[in-house]
Write a protein that binds this ligand. Structure first.
Ligand code: CMP
Length: 138
């Protein structure tokens, strides 16, 4: 069990002005920000980040959406970070997300689902390393 996870606030949420409210909910849930950047991915970068999904039918849609506008990428720290963060954001499909979760409140669809959260400790490290150098985290 690791105490760090990785998140992105996705282009649907940044464009609708939800960034502040989402960060507020994350911080109030006890997560500390250990690295953060506001960045716009190219299609190539989005494809590399989601490389594991390359063969899925929704890959093209995912890459074009994730490079359509700015995102906020962050490394978060809390005891049991990966599992607790996935609980806080709710199910991938907002229609199935529990009341009060970030996706229930801020997401419109399975494709445009407001936030990403790492699904394992191993992926949290890989995903954090994708965005942040050692100098950019503490
Ligand atoms: P995320 O947790 O960032 O990881 C992979 C993303 O693929 C997921 O959130 C969704 O946004 C997206 N995704 C998963 N399933 C579908 C689908 N059926 N159609 C479109 N996008 C999907």
């Amino acid at each position: 069990m690791s105490n760090r996870t990785f998140t992105m606030i996705k282009p649907d949420a940044t464009s609708k002005g939800y960034t502040g409210a989402i960060l507020d909910q994350i911080i109030k849930a006890g997560f500390q920000v250990k690295a953060m950047k506001w960045i716009k991915l190219s299609e190539e970068q989005a494809g590399l980040f989601y490389d594991i999904h390359r063969e899925r039918p929704f890959f093209g849609e995912l890459v074009s959406f994730m490079s359509s506008g700015p995102i906020v990428a962050a490394i978060l720290e809390k005891e049991n970070a990966v599992a607790d963060f996935r609980k806080l954001i709710g199910a991938t499909n907002p229609a199935q997300a529990e009341e009060g979760t970030i996706r229930k409140k801020f997401a419109a669809s399975i494709g445009e689902n407001a936030v990403h959260g790492s699904d394992s400790d191993e992926n949290a490290i890989i995903e954090g390393d994708f965005f942040f150098s050692k100098l950019e985290r503490f």
